[in-house]
Ligand binder design. Sequence first.
Ligand code: ADP
Ligand code: MG
Length: 238
Amino acid sequence: MAALEIHNVSKDFGSERVLKDVSISIDSGEFLILVGPSGCGKSTLMNAIAGLEPVTSGNIYIDGEDVTWRPPADRDIAMVFQSYALYPSMTVRQNISFGLEMRKVPKPEREAAVERVADLLQITPLLERKPSQLSGGQRQRVAMGRALAREPKVYLFDEPLSNLDAKLRVDMRTEIKKLHQRLGTTIVYVTHDQVEAMTLADCIAVMRDGHILQLGSPDEVYNNPVDMFVAGFMGSPS
Ligand code: ADP
Ligand code: MG
């Protein structure tokens, strides 16, 4: 059974159809990368999976359950956005713990989860700081820690590294890869960086104008692109 199944999903904003009959199935533990040019509908799809935007038609299943009409809080998903919105008045510890508190997780478990992700992301020395006392890379780690504390069925990352400088981006990419290997989590990850796509993905979905053009392994998509657009986008050899 798929960990996440997107079944014939379409989404209109007014008269504009932004997602056009999108179907993707992701196995448990799989790392799916979604790539495509700006405006093609990647964030809209992520928001639909998260339940932040209602779909116009189609269905979304998590672990076989139809969650299409469930609110975000009932979807067992954690999301890391491009603009990692941390709560400025809370410490790092409180930021990581807050989502668990909202879900009424008892305090000892919350504390254990904070220690676990802080250790994993090497942010233990930062736990009592406020976001304003952190660098961009450290903030991004905290945002990731907040998501990881939850242990949801599916993680959604929407261009999580695009605000970081090149060196940090490479470091974080390596860390995300290690995290995935260690935790075996199911991840949908949006990027417009082809190198990021090729290094992280088990599977790549190439999107254009609200359509999935190709879905396959990095090797397939890179070496056997379905058309010139995919070839150009992936930088495939001609
Ligand atoms: P991407 O993440 O691939 O850059 P988006 O999913 O953000 O693309 O946007 C896809 C299209 O949907 C764009 O044309 C964008 O202008 C439009 N769009 C996104 N969100 C909204 C919204 N809330 N209302 C109206 N149009 C939107
Ligand atoms: Mg986007």
